[in-house]
Design a protein around this ligand. Structure first.
Ligand code: ZN
Ligand code: ZN
Length: 163
């Protein structure tokens, strides 16, 4: 058993909803510093995923559509709420300043900005883990360990627990 860190990341919400393309196009075109070809940009966005950490039903889901180049950077967000059946009951577009928080990883000397908007609910995006990506990483780790064990020892020893 590996010891868990106290500050374990929260899971991403991952609620998905179809994006109302016509309204999204209008919102992008109305935005200062929007994409050059808004229709092209939206081509891959038939569905959008909530990017917040797990949250309650009172909090709107939020998906990021675009960030304009300005200081501080404004982002266009699609915000919505759903009912228990997963149907969307309310939605809106909002231009929100991006969250100024960043994580400085001293070991890797890398900086990661929070990918959410300022005053967003819940944790910063670098504390939110995507369950699908985590699952994939766990599988890669297991596979690597399995190979290391296979190379390292007699195959008959596999499965035997070391105390
Ligand atoms: Zn959500
Ligand atoms: Zn943040």
């Amino acid at each position: 058993m590996t010891a868990r860190r106290n500050r374990s990341p929260v899971l991403q919400c991952t609620t998905v909803t179809p994006l109302p393309t016509g309204e999204a196009l209008a919102a992008l075109l109305a935005m200062q510093g929007g994409p050059d070809d808004a229709a092209d940009h939206l081509a891959d966005m038939a569905f959008v995923l909530c990017e917040l950490g797990e949250h309650t039903d009172e909090t709107e889901h939020a998906a990021h559509l675009w960030t304009a180049e300005a200081q501080p950077p404004p982002g266009l967000w699609f915000l919505w709420t759903g009912n228990n059946g997963g149907l969307r009951v309310h939605h809106r577009f909002a231009t929100l300043t991006m969250c100024p928080a960043r994580l400085h990883d001293l070991r890797e000397d890398s900086r990661r900005w929070c990918g959410l908007f300022e005053d967003h609910p819940g944790r910063h995006s670098f504390d939110v883990s995507d369950p699908l990506r985590e699952l994939l990483h766990e599988r890669i780790r297991r596979e690597a360990r399995r190979r290391a064990v296979a190379e390292d020892s007699d195959p008959d020893d596999e499965g035997r627990e070391t105390p």
